[in-house]
Write a protein of this length. Structure first.
Length: 494
């Protein structure tokens, strides 16, 4: 078999593994807290006549929520549609990793990098959720590739593509701002090392920056963006805090980053990446890859607030490249050791992913300390989605032959956002989020009377002072958990 055919077979096998690990039992993990929020606001953006970027009002960029709602509505399943969007972004990331690594280090390294991305539990987990962080990874790898191509061949097409990619990133998530500044910084370092005759490369990078700003301008000029800017302070500390030397914050962020990467990538992939990171420090081809790793990591350690493993996912892009290239060198020099390491990586990764696909509630027990605590939010407590779809289906069934009123607290997360996402644009259901339930319910009774059944969906036992109106109750409990989603039928009280 020729080398070219072997390469094609390897690519097909990697692509097949990528999709199988992401599509099998896609809904085994029910709708997560933030998925509910993003899909809810995506539905508003899709269905409201003005199509405003409403997600800015909760501090989130609008592109991904809109895509979740659009694809979910098109296929008739909001959760599956949202997760398919993320899988597509993950595949775009895979393509970018292959092309970039092949350009930098050759085909063999590109195949190893792609295989690591396809099977690593960290990327499999987040590529299966309707969250924005996989999309940011797509922006990370393609901005890195296009920056490298611009530095090697300063063609206008690379500058235009870089501008569009970076501009779209600012419609996805604020952390994509890294990839506005990193290409500029990469050019500055390149300039002092190699120069730039007649400023040809500078012109291309300036055009990329200008195009990015043009793409970003409609979002920035929207009145909701001012609200979005105010909300960002809940995720990062102010710039001046670095001079206060908050060492406990820095240490906690550093320790969390290390633990998440160690456990979620799997220890063998993490150790391979760190070893390669050290050994390739002086490799000139790797300088942009190192830049894409060190600066975002430094910022997150110094400034991240409400820090979770999702925010660290973007750091895996340069780590996969370095790990794959390091493994390629090892394979070339000591193939038996490379085979042993490959078997260790494949076995460890597939075991973790297998637990995720078949027994998701056991998944957090695979990890320790900060890693276990972080991933537990997807499986336990009110933020997990157990009981949410059951409550929604119960209400849909109740409205099959009659109109009903569904009341919820005007809050974010599960189950409230999921109820709005799934029921707000459903016939036969009048949905009413209540800022002050104790005061709002009597008003609802005055308007509706006994002409329609009235239900209240609760987050566990938090009934907002409405217990006196309950006449029936349906609890959808979460497995291995004290939390539940309640559906209560209400009636007026004298």
């Amino acid at each position: 078999m020729s080398n070219k055919r072997i390469i094609y077979c390897a690519i097909i096998l990697i692509f097949l593994g990528f999709f199988l690990l992401r599509i099998i039992n896609l809904t085994a993990l029910p709708i997560f807290n933030d998925e509910s929020t993003y899909i809810r606001y995506g539905m508003h953006q899709l269905n409201e006549p003005d199509h405003q970027p409403y997600s800015l009002l909760i501090g989130k960029e609008p592109l991904d929520p809109y895509l979740y709602a659009f694809v979910g509505t098109m296929i008739g399943n909001l959760l599956v549609g949202g997760r398919i969007v993320t899988i597509v972004f993950g595949f775009l990331t895979l393509l970018g990793l292959y092309r970039l690594t092949k350009t930098l280090f050759g085909t063999r390294a590109a195949l190893f990098v792609s295989a690591l991305y396809a099977i690593a539990p960290y990327t499999v987990f987040f590529d299966r959720l309707a969250l924005m962080d996989s999309s940011v990874s797509t922006i990370a790898v393609w901005s890195l590739l296009l920056t490298y191509q611009l530095l090697q061949k300063p063609q206008w097409r690379y500058g235009i593509a870089l501008g569009v990619i970076v501009g779209l990133g600012m419609w996805i998530k604020t952390s994509a701002l890294f990839y506005v500044f990193l290409p500029v910084l990469g050019y500055i370092i390149f300039y002092f090392s190699h120069g730039d005759k007649e400023w040809i490369k500078a012109k291309r990078f300036f055009s990329a920056l200008l195009i990015a700003l043009v793409v970003f301008l409609p979002l920035f000029s929207n009145p909701f963006y001012a609200v979005h800017m105010q909300l960002l302070s809940q995720y990062t500390y102010p710039l001046y805090t670095v001079f206060l030397f908050p060492f406990p914050v820095w240490w906690n962020n550093l320790a969390s980053t290390g633990e998440w990467l160690f456990f979620y990538l799997t220890p063998p992939i993490f150790l391979l990446a760190v070893t390669s990171l050290i050994l390739l420090t002086k490799n000139k081809k790797a300088f942009l890859v190192l830049l894409w790793f060190y600066l975002p990591m430094l910022y997150e350690i110094l400034y991240a607030k409400l820090f979770t493993s999702r925010h660290v996912l973007l750091l895996t892009i340069p780590l996969f490249i370095l790990a794959g290239y390091g493994f390629s060198l090892l394979w070339q020099k000591k193939q038996l050791l490379g085979i042993a390491l490959a078997l260790c990586i494949i076995g460890w990764s597939l075991y973790d992913v297998g637990v995720l696909l078949t027994s998701p509630q056991r998944y957090p027990s695979l990890f320790a300390d900060k890693a276990e605590a972080d991933v537990s939010q997807y499986f336990f407590g009110f933020s997990s989605g157990y009981g949410v779809s059951e409550a929604i289906n119960y209400l849909k069934q109740a409205s099959a032959n009659q109109r009903i009123v569904v009341l919820i607290r005007n809050d974010h997360g599960n189950p409230e956002d999921a109820v709005v996402a799934y029921l707000d644009y459903t016939s036969n259901i009048i949905l009413a989020p209540m800022p002050d339930p104790a005061s709002d319910v009597p008003v609802v009774f005055q308007k509706v009377g006994s002409s329609m059944p009235i239900y209240f969906v609760s987050r566990g036992g938090y009934y907002a002072g409405l217990e006196k109106y309950f006449v029936s109750e349906k609890k959808f409990t979460k497995p291995h958990d004290t939390e539940f989603v309640g559906v209560e039928r209400l009636r007026p009280r004298p």
